[in-house]
Design a protein around this ligand. Structure first.
Ligand code: ADP
Length: 152
């Protein structure tokens, strides 16, 4: 059976921390689908979602088993629909753990065949978060070392 994992998140923006989780994850799975959770009607994203799809596609252009999509539904339903039995997430600290612990329990309650797989962050990438990048970018700071592509 093909081992497909979804990697859901806001990815506003996709960071070097996210890239690291995907590149380590693809050693365990046949396919990873990066799923950007986005509700066009209620969007308060900082980075445009279509631009982010393109940038993530460019980042993994040499991997034909890594793809990107946008979704607006329950993550458990999405996984079922995509025939994905694994949900990939990254863990940086205990705050991430507290949050991820409950979500993974709920997701498994909603879809019993969905296993959440956690990868502990690589130490040099632990301080990187999308919210810090947004704050630095908003005030004109240089974020190029924190993301794996160039912003327009
Ligand atoms: P969400 O809004 O769902 O938390 P994010 O886009 O912020 O989505 O993050 C998606 C996933 O990536 C989460 O599991 C998060 O913990 C993980 N992640 C974020 N930054 C890092 C990092 N620097 N190293 C490892 N994992 C990370």
């Amino acid at each position: 059976m093909k081992r497909t994992a979804i990697f859901p998140g806001s990815f506003d923006p996709f960071t070097r921390g996210h890239e690291d989780i995907v590149l380590r994850g693809i050693k365990m799975f046949d396919e990873i689908i990066i799923c950007i959770g986005h509700n066009a009607a209620k969007s308060n994203r900082y980075f445009d979602v279509d631009m982010m799809v393109k940038k993530i596609e460019q980042t993994f252009s040499t991997h034909n088993n890594i793809s990107v999509m946008v979704y607006n539904e329950l993550t458990a339903d999405l996984a079922k629909r995509l025939n994905a039995n694994f949900l990939l997430r990254g863990l940086r600290n205990t705050t991430d753990f507290e949050y991820e612990n409950s979500i993974s329990q709920v997701n498994r309650h909603l879809y019993n065949d969905l296993e959440t797989v956690f990868l502990i962050t690589s130490p040099h990438l632990a301080p990187i978060s999308s919210s810090i990048i947004r704050d630095v970018h908003r005030f004109g700071g240089d974020v190029s070392d924190l993301i794996p592509y160039k912003l327009p």
